[in-house]
Write a protein that binds this ligand. Structure first.
Ligand code: ZN
Length: 277
């Protein structure tokens, strides 16, 4: 049964169940930080932020959203200074993405190329990886935190998200990942110049991975990263604010849509698609 078309303009994706596709969200690593670096609403105190990865099970492919941190981080070899200044990282036994999958994925969709999203690729040599043209131009070379051996270690396929050459979905430039309308790679720039989101139409309705446009659910509800954090972390602050507004609108207006923030602590134990009764 073909899926109904997605709206071009800003609107909720149809909640039509698509029994062929399921989604899981898993933790790969724990980043130990403090709430005062994460939100600007006055919250203080230690927080364990998970490095989350989405696993999309489609009949034709197993597809990841990001790769988290992996075995190199458990061994203390990645990330290196100066990123180690950001805090300690723990990769619990059995939680790296390469340990969670029975075989390598067919494709990895990157929301952006920061170190805590690309690290798990070091354990997946040769895997096909989508990023955007703009993030590839920014980070694919000698950027801080991008492991030099990753440049040729996986099969990078930068996607052209330019308006006019990509389809518009939910008000954003979009690429139909498998050509069947079930998984969409959307432009959501700002946190990095070419940041992306992933929309999945699964058996329990639509899921939206917004990467680090929102780190935590509070960012989707009104809090922001503190000014200093934004200045250091967000490549384009105004563009990030517009993308965050879009993500907030989607979450607030679309009750059927599950919006997944990149490091939401309540997802540390993982969640998965639940079939509708
Ligand atoms: Zn991150």
């Amino acid at each position: 049964m073909p899926l109904p078309a997605l709206p071009v303009l800003l609107a909720c994706p149809p909640a039509t169940p698509n029994p062929a596709v399921t989604v899981e969200v898993v933790r790969t690593a724990i980043m130990h930080g403090d709430w005062s670096q994460v939100v600007d609403d006055g919250t203080r105190g230690p927080v364990d932020l998970p490095a989350l990865v989405g696993i999309i099970h489609h009949p034709d492919a197993t597809i990841l959203v990001d790769s988290g941190l992996g075995l190199e981080s458990r061994a203390g070899r990645y990330p290196r200074f100066p990123l180690t200044l950001l805090g300690d990282v723990t990769v619990p036994e059995g939680e790296a993405i390469v340990e969670r999958l029975p075989e390598p994925p067919d494709l990895v969709l990157m929301t952006h190329l920061h170190y805590d999203h690309v690290g798990g690729l070091l354990d997946l040599p040769g895997v096909t990886v989508w990023t955007t043209d703009e993030d590839w131009r920014t980070y694919g070379g000698l950027a801080i935190g991008f492991p030099p051996r990753l440049r040729n270690g996986v099969d990078w396929r930068p996607q052209d998200m330019g308006a006019g050459r990509a389809t518009q979905v939910l008000g954003r430039p979009a690429v139909d990942v498998l050509g069947d309308g079930s998984i969409w790679y959307l432009s959501l720039p700002g946190h990095t110049p070419g940041a992306a989101a992933v929309l999945v139409r699964a058996e329990d309705g639509p899921w939206l991975f917004v990467g680090d446009t929102a780190w935590v659910d509070q960012h989707l509800a009104g809090a922001r990263r503190p000014w200093l954090t934004r200045t250091i972390i967000d490549a384009r602050i105004r563009e990030e604010a517009r993308s965050l507004d879009w993500a907030r609108w989607m979450k607030a207006e679309c009750p059927e849509l599950r919006v997944i923030a990149g490091h939401e602590p309540s997802l540390s134990a993982g969640i998965a698609s639940t079939p509708r009764p």
